[in-house]
Design a protein. Structure first.
Length: 483
């Protein structure tokens, strides 16, 4: 049997998505500078759709130049900013050319199509729904929005894409090692649509690097639909600049290489699991044998790592991103009235000297409060930790400062929410680095103060242990973005 034509696929798709949220309009005009589309409904009411709400314009088969304009509704409902929007559509008999240039999604023939979503058997498009990420909205978002968008893209479940619901914390890792990695090593183009937070991304990165990379390796293309808590990678790559929870980027974005970093630990370091009540060994580097964990967002020690570790419980997670602020209050104002803990370790910064020689410079401070190296600009949508960072540029930057009063720390953190103004404070260090090394040297008796955060995962380092961070050199994953 021959392959089904794109026109037939789109005709079936259009029929499937005609629901109560679909309407017809006339007289469409487009204000490009303001990014607004205006039309009249069938009773001549004037209605405006903001560009930040538009997911895409899809041609109607055999009815050209008609299009379905698909957009997000209730994206910023007061008090529910983190609740995913519902998807609506409006049928347009004719649209301005400028609008179609900005938002149109056209299909070529199967022979010509070099787009991201191809029809192959077995399917190489995978949708991963991380059921427990963030405030547990991923399943609902898939069913009320993502599934409909995939239908507009001409994709049918099981036939054109495979749907996976996470069953445990190992689901994404197991799926990557058993499916994505072997196919990537065969040079197969793969699309992964991830309804998760940064934790799902780090699982994919480390699983792809868990075995040798073959010469013909092709990096999978990852579309992030930010359903986690912080969603730092999505915020920093522009996925959340609009109101569509990543759906516009899924439809109209382009893949770009995701920079990564490599953290190497002393032999006794352990990954904390089950809300910190258990631990497990880290993967070992194939050459050095040292415990190793890769990341693409942040590596921290001090207050940030403590807040992530302390708030990583089911009770805290139900509060979403507010969990970090709640944990911060407990850390900054201990019940016994003592000041915030001053973290003790030797911290060194690696800066290449331009002549191929390694040069490690110690931070001239015996005690620390905040030590954070980032590849991204934003850890939350408005928490701009590294204002100089550009999307996917691959430059590590370090933010650090020493002990101070709880009030002083709160003031510094408040400036982070003001566009990253904290980096202008004399007490805050901010610089480009090639690497970072933290040596504990037995200075911290309590293991609580020896926790390191790598993209949300918490690693406990032994009393005399260390951690070293370097920029990664391998191209193993692409992330879809608008830039």
């Amino acid at each position: 049997m021959g392959a089904e034509s794109p026109e037939n696929t789109l005709r079936e798709a259009t029929a499937q998505v005609q629901e109560e949220d679909s309407r017809t309009g006339v007289g469409f005009t487009y204000d490009r500078p303001a990014s607004r589309l205006t039309y009249r409904d069938l009773v001549s009411n004037e209605i405006t759709i903001n560009g930040a709400d538009i997911i895409g314009a899809f041609p109607k088969p055999h009815k050209r130049p008609e299009h379905d304009i698909v957009y997000a509704l209730d994206a910023n409902e007061p008090g529910k900013q983190d609740k995913p929007p519902r998807v609506c559509s409006i049928t347009a008999p004719k649209l301005p050319d400028e609008f179609l240039h900005d938002y149109g999604h056209e299909f070529a023939s199967d022979d010509e199509k070099q787009g991201r979503f191809t029809k192959e058997q077995p399917p190489n498009t995978h949708v991963i729904v991380s059921t427990l990420s963030g405030t547990c909205l991923a399943k609902e978002f898939y069913e009320r929005a993502v599934q409909r968008i995939l239908t507009y893209l001409g994709l049918k479940e099981e036939e054109d894409y495979v749907l996976h619901y996470t069953q445990s914390v190992k689901t994404i890792t197991d799926l990557t090692t058993s499916v994505f990695l072997p196919r990537a090593n065969q040079g197969t183009r793969q699309n992964i649509i991830l309804l998760s937070g940064d934790g799902g991304v780090i699982d994919i990165i480390n699983a792809l690097l868990s075995a040798p990379i073959e010469q013909g390796f092709r990096a999978p293309e990852l579309s992030i639909l930010p359903l986690g808590t912080g969603n730092a990678l999505a915020h920093s790559t522009g996925v959340t600049k609009d109101n569509t929870f990543g759906l516009a980027t899924l439809v109209r974005g382009h893949p770009k290489q995701l920079p990564i970093f490599k953290t190497t630990f002393s032999p006794g370091a352990r990954l904390l699991i089950e809300e910190g009540s258990a631990e497990e060994e880290l993967a070992r580097d194939s050459q050095s044998g040292a415990p190793t964990l890769y990341g693409g967002v942040v590596c921290s020690w001090g207050m940030h790592a403590s807040l992530v570790g302390d708030s990583d419980t089911a009770e805290y997670r139900k509060y979403g991103v507010e969990r970090f602020k709640m944990a911060a209050k407990e850390a900054l104002f201990p019940a016994d009235g003592s000041p915030p803990h001053a973290y003790k370790a030797k911290v060194l910064i690696f800066k290449p000297d331009g002549f191929g020689q390694e040069k490690w410079e110690p931070i001239p401070r015996e005690e620390h409060m905040y030590v954070l190296a980032a590849l991204v600009s934003n850890l939350e949508k408005s928490f701009t930790i590294s204002p100089d960072s550009k999307p996917l540029e691959g430059q590590l930057r370090l933010v650090h400062f020493g002990p101070m009063s709880a009030e002083g720390i709160m003031r510094i953190m408040g400036l982070v929410y003001q566009g990253g103004r904290h980096v202008n404070e004399p007490a805050v260090g901010y610089e480009e680095i090639g690497g970072l090394r933290i040596e504990f040297e037995g200075r911290e008796e309590d293991a609580r103060w020896r926790r390191v955060c790598v993209d949300g995962k918490i690693i406990r380092v032994e009393k005399d242990g260390w951690v070293e961070l370097r920029k990664g050199k391998k191209h193993i994953l692409d992330v879809v973005c608008m830039a």
